[in-house]
Design a protein around this ligand. Sequence first.
Ligand SMILES: *Cc1c(COP(=O)(O)O)cnc(C)c1O
Length: 407
Amino acid sequence: MIPTLADAEARDAGDQLGHFRARFELPPEVIYLDGNSLGALPLETPDRLEQVVREQWGKGLIGSWNTARWIEAPQTVGGKIAQLIGAAPDEVIVADSTSVNLYKLLAAALLADAAKHIILTEPGNFPTDLYIARGLAALRPGVSVRTVSRDEITAAAGPETLVLLTHVHYKTGARFDLAETTRAIRARGGTIVWDLSHSVGAVPLALGDARVELAVGCGYKYLNGGPGAPAFLYVARHLQTTLHSPLTGWMGHAAPFAFDNDYAPAPDLRRFLCGTPPILGIAALDVGVDLTLEAGMPAVARKSSQLCDLFIACLDETVELALITPRDSEARGSHVSYAHPEGYAVMQALIARGIIGDFRAPDVIRFGITPLYTRFADVWHAARILREILADRAWDNQAYRTRAAVT
Ligand SMILES: *Cc1c(COP(=O)(O)O)cnc(C)c1O
């Protein structure tokens, strides 16, 4: 039986995170189910940016590197993200984009261990992960990229492999068991770099307990840091002085303002910085991270799984849709995806009716369920409208077939 609107509204009435929705700018006429691609704007962000721009930059000028502690911002905000992922504050730093951080950590892991000459990942991993791995391999004679299906990854890992996995799959939402996969790969002598882009701020993470050594993650999805927000990287403390960034920029130097001719890496995670930190971007990210910390990851993760369960239940009898996301909430992230042969047109028809999700080629419609600002009633209405669009074939319209550059 399809849950009723009254069921959904009762859940909202009892929702301890319900008040967080009012902390975001959300157009009233849309139901936004794409926060896994670009998180919504926190109300406080424009004010914070205004203050950083007008006061710190406008009045403080260059002195703000010291007085407003801009120079420490990568570590300060990294330390907050650490709390969301079960790491120590000095194990996370904000820097660059996820793609660049992947490059830095993969290269550092290869440089640290001459035995590693295969980057092992799964076909269908997020494109940037595959492309960065191949680009890096092309620069390192003898290094190659190998892809095997996710069930075969562990068996294919060995002392020669550097494994690169995305914890929550961007399309299907399937989630690896972080601790078990890390344990199995390390036990075989492999090293593993985790991409947490679809996990941070969405699912519970305990990197320290899981004995994760290397990870990267994204700032503009569930952390609500804004378009192109800086990303972060994690290096377990015991590796911080043995690994070296391949991008030896001056901000990773032990004493950037000594202006030495020779490079000497910082004695801590700052060695993975490269150029001057993007202060405006970090300020916006800080606001988003603070909101998630205030809500608390256990509550956020609990609501995520309840919202996804409700959405799936509302669509269970819809024969046109094939659920490709695991039903078990422990085995998925915070988005729900369905395959439909006309997925692109179906999503366009949904967007025309104010339901914003996205489409991932070739046939996947994807709904990001962001617990901080999504109501149970939102999910219920989105499912109802999707059922209607399928029932009356509203998607079967030429106007919904023309593809935009960003899907
Ligand atoms: C979103 C995402 C990225 C983003 O990389 P950028 O460098 O910010 O474009 C990387 N990896 C995964 C798995 C993602 O989902």
